[in-house]
Write a new protein. Structure first.
Length: 155
């Protein structure tokens, strides 16, 4: 999934790391002929790449950033109280991840862009990737809530 570069850091070995708008860090190396990114060799050229897109494999794999913290939680929903908006395609804001926690029963979770169509149940979380359309459908009796996560510096 393509994500915008928001900043750069450097690891302990001096290798540049792009920080993507999804919250994931990604090493960006220039190792010709296999990896050809001459723009990583200077700070000025790296800064010129702010806003450009890189593929984020971690988003493709629905991996939420480890450093993100919970900041909000919905009420518990059941098969009769789940809002219509959650049954239709919807998304979170930029930089906002979520976890769908099923407490009882089963819930179908679909993410068409990632070709995800799975059943969630107690112990099987649904990971919501920022800005990616998704929807849920109760599969009989169900009780669940959604918890939202963001970078710690936005608190």
């Amino acid at each position: 999934m393509e994500r915008a570069i928001t900043a750069f850091e450097v690891d302990n070995e001096g290798e540049p790391i792009a920080i993507l708008d999804c919250g994931h860090p990604q090493h960006v190396r220039h190792k010709p002929p296999f990896i050809n990114r001459p723009w990583v060799t200077s700070e000025e050229e790296r800064k010129s790449m702010i806003g450009k897109k890189l593929n984020c494999v971690r988003c493709d794999n629905q991996e939420s950033p480890a450093s993100f913290v919970a900041y909000k939680r919905t009420a518990e929903f059941t098969e009769t109280t789940v809002p219509d908006a959650l049954r239709k395609d919807h998304s979170t804001k930029a930089g906002v991840w979520a976890k769908i926690n099923v407490l009882e029963g089963k819930l179908r979770y679909r993410v068409p862009a990632l070709k995800v169509d799975m059943e969630l149940f107690p112990g099987k979380l649904g990971i919501v990737v920022p800005e990616v359309l998704h929807n849920v459908e109760p599969l009989g009796t169900v009780r669940f809530f959604v918890e939202f996560y963001r970078t710690p510096d936005k608190q």
